[in-house]
Write a protein that binds this ligand. Structure first.
Ligand SMILES: NC(=O)c1ccc[n+]([C@@H]2O[C@H](COP(=O)([O-])OP(=O)(O)OC[C@H]3O[C@@H](n4cnc5c(N)ncnc54)[C@H](OP(=O)(O)O)[C@@H]3O)[C@@H](O)[C@H]2O)c1
Length: 230
């Protein structure tokens, strides 16, 4: 298991749900944690909690459906870390409305692909080259086990796209100590998962951290299912 003390980690969507648990767990491991959500107020509670524990934590706000704000986020992370981001936890996502089969709208596809696939891909594009130069990085893209729900087709297709990004990047990362993997949290009672989900949000740990703590030999391109570790 890798020692990640003092590593710089960015967690998107750290204000609540799964991202909040992941940010807290990375702080407990001694990382310097950059907390992202739409508004600075969203992460204030976890920023205060981590700072009180002696963790070096920072908040950045960005709407991930705005290309301009994503570009600013990338710049801010670069400035804060002196271009040394070590861990990218691509967690933030939106769920599309539940609609009749064949009824998802253009807007459902556009918004979910932008936030759930294009932005995580661009964050990978922005930070993986620096990780490769330093030969250390851990990137986790949060996916979903959703299947056979055509009513949520736009959401599930957007997750499939990010799965494909991971798969097709494997040859580029082969033999390096930059590991890019997928994490499926299971169905959890978060704002996105809804009240009917069988699992508590806390059940995402310790599994959600497994792809961050991997040794180099474990490689890239695998799917880690958090519920297998709870
Ligand atoms: N919960 C489940 O059952 C489940 C199952 C499979 C996969 N997942 C995946 O797990 C990840 C986290 O889900 P969750 O259940 O923890 O969701 P959540 O509780 O709804 O939290 C979503 C997080 O993403 C941020 N976010 C959403 N849209 C954003 C946008 N347009 N711009 C910036 N930030 C945005 C939110 O920030 P604000 O607070 O600022 O809005 C929040 O921090 C997602 O990738 C999701 O697809 C969840």
């Amino acid at each position: 298991m890798e020692d990640i003390k003092d590593k710089w980690a960015l967690v998107t969507g750290a204000s609540r749900g799964i991202g909040l648990r992941v940010a807290r767990a990375l702080g407990d491991k001694g990382c310097r944690v950059i907390l992202h959500s739409r508004k600075l107020e969203g992460t204030k509670h976890i920023l205060d909690e981590l700072t009180l524990k002696g963790v070096k934590a920072y908040s950045i706000a960005a709407e991930l459906d705005s290309i301009e704000q994503v570009e600013l986020l990338i710049k801010e992370v670069g400035n804060l870390t002196n271009d040394n981001l070590d861990i990218l936890y691509n967690n933030a996502a939106i769920m599309t409305p539940y609609r009749e089969t064949f009824e998802p709208t253009f807007e459902d596809y556009l918004s979910s692909f932008l936030v759930n696939s294009i932005v995580p891909a661009k964050l990978c594009d922005a930070f993986i080259p620096g990780m490769l130069q330093r030969d250390w990085g851990r990137i986790v893209n949060v996916t979903s086990g959703i299947e056979n729900e055509p009513q949520l087709m736009a959401y599930s297709c957007s997750k499939a796209a990010i799965d494909r990004y991971v798969r097709d990047m494997v040859p580029t990362l082969k033999g390096t100590n930059v590991l890019l993997n997928l994490m499926d949290p299971g169905w959890l009672r978060t704002d996105l998962g809804g009240e009917s989900a069988p699992n508590s949000p806390d059940s995402v740990l310790p599994g959600a951290l497994v792809p961050v703590l991997l040794n180099k030999v474990e490689g890239s391109g695998k799917l880690y299912q958090a519920q297998n570790y709870s």
